[in-house]
Write a protein that binds this ligand. Sequence first.
Ligand SMILES: [Zn+2]
Length: 246
Amino acid sequence: MAKKLLLLLITLTSLTVHGQVILIDPGHGGEDCGASTVLDKKQKICEKDIALTISQRIQKKLSPHFKVYLTRSIDRDLSLHDRARQADLVKADVFISVHINSSAHVRSHGFETFYLNNHQNAAVKRIEEIENRDSTGEMTIVDKILTDLVIERTAPRSKRLAELIHSEISTRVQKPFKINDRGVKPALFFVLALTKRPAILLEAGFISNDKEVHKVLAEDFQEAYADGVVKGLIEYFKQAPPPPLF
Ligand SMILES: [Zn+2]
């Protein structure tokens, strides 16, 4: 009995709020629908709405463990700079941007996870073109210099965060939902660079794939996906907190 009580105590302790701060960023919003599709020739589905729903599920599941914020909790416009600024405001330890993928190749399918780093992958460059679009225009030279500095400081941590979260997502969705694991990849997403902290960008599935869009919209998929993100974050913070990066 005493052993059981001790086990329960250990479990409860490991589940309490540790003081780490997570900022979840539902991609797009307001005028910016993100990628879109039309279901059954009538209903327009926008990436911004799916991203918000998944982000809210993640937030709800994370709340017992960490301090959690959303960059937007409603459908509204938000620049990449504003999203990043919020990371400073709430002093986020990590930043997670949530998106739904799209491709001109309607057969493209699966989920993938990105962390900030340089690369030469042409397919990833196409996704960057979509996700880096911002109402405030082109990246400035200052932002480009900042990107290199942030990569140098954060890439190992962001990569580890991406791998832990991706692997937990994969366990929960790949087989149960027959969804393709496209892996963990480096990418140059400005929103990740601007946050100046360990940050990843999730692409939960393809809105442009007729079959997959139904999976991505389903509550059971979204719940399983959110569970993966939460477990990955708990694993990430299990290790002693590393020294500040800046
Ligand atoms: Zn997006």
